[in-house]
Design a protein around this ligand. Structure first.
Ligand code: NAD
Length: 267
């Protein structure tokens, strides 16, 4: 029997690849995007998120089996916080009632290896506290003539999103309802988002210095889509709160071999 998936960012890149693979398998996909989707909505606004969730629930007939949240932007502007964090979290939370009526509900979101990059802890805390106005105010304070300073909104939004996944995945609300919540963190994916970024040899060299990918180098969107699809499949019964780096080895290169040291002092 086919499952019903709600996929944000379905009109391009990773979201489009995910939607295509699932449709080809005969699953029902409800795409959400700014345009060219089943539901055209702006997830950067509170109204957009809630209207889209209501429409998705209606189109699904009340039961949603999986939500895959891919919509995102990497612009050095405060809006990045609204789309990448609140546009995911508020939208997914609004779909909880429809997920609860599924026999095997699942959620997967797209974080990024950029969550490991330098971020603003105050902005991250404001997001996790659900204070969009404060997070936007902090993000605005970083906007200067140099886009690299405004860029901090992107890694901050992805750090907050990865932490939200870990937080809610073990809560009564989500784990208690039998809903695995996880994230995929990609490296450099060849989509419209990175087209401009990878347009000169100098820029490619800079990106590669920040995102080293010893395994198979820059990745196609399908490499991320397939991990999202497994996370939201019936087969995933016990993976909770994981941020899985599907990034050609970028995270392993940057963080190194021993990521378990947090508990060593207790031995
Ligand atoms: P993309 O630009 O190809 O697709 C993003 C989609 O999100 C677009 O269709 C866009 O219209 C939609 N979107 C943007 N703002 C929206 C809004 N306000 N409301 C509704 N939809 C909106 O980019 P992509 O590479 O497929 O990115 C997908 C996700 O993967 C993003 O969350 C991105 O941060 C993440 N990611 C991408 C890369 C990469 O290298 N491309 C790396 C790590 C993480």
């Amino acid at each position: 029997m086919s499952r019903t998936y709600v996929i944000t960012g379905s009109a391009s890149g990773i979201g489009a690849a995910t939607a295509q693979i699932l449709r080809d398998r005969g699953e029902k996909v409800i795409g959400v995007d700014l345009q060219n989707a089943d539901i055209n909505a702006d997830l950067s606004t509170v109204k957009g998120r809630h209207d889209a969730a209501a429409q998705a629930t209606e189109l699904a007939g009340g039961t949603i089996d999986a939500v895959i949240a891919c919509a995102g932007i990497a612009a050095p502007i405060p809006k990045t916080v609204s789309v990448n964090y609140f546009g995911v979290v508020e939208f997914v939370e609004a779909l909880l009632p429809a997920l609860k009526t599924s026999a095997a509900p699942r959620v997967a979101v797209v974080s990024s290896m950029a969550s490991l990059q330098q971020n603003d802890p105050n902005m991250v805390e404001a997001m996790l506290a659900g204070d969009e106005a404060k997070a936007l105010e902090i993000a605005a304070s970083h906007v200067t003539d140099d886009p690299m300073t405004g860029y901090v909104s992107y890694p901050s939004s992805k750090r907050a999103l990865s932490r939200w996944v870990r937080r809610v995945s073990i809560s009564d609300e989500w784990a208690g309802a039998g809903i695995p919540v996880n994230a995929v963190a990609p490296g450099t994916v060849l989509t419209p988002m990175t087209e401009q970024l990878l347009s000169t040899p100098e820029q490619i060299a800079f990106v590669d210095s920040q995102v080293p990918m010893p395994l198979n180098y820059h990745q196609p969107p399908e490499s991320v889509a397939n991990a999202l699809i497994w996370m939201t499949s019936v087969e995933n019964t016990h993976m909770a709160g994981q941020v899985v780096y599907v990034d050609g080895g970028a995270e392993a290169t940057l963080r190194g071999e021993d990521v378990w040291a947090w508990n060593d002092a207790n031995l």
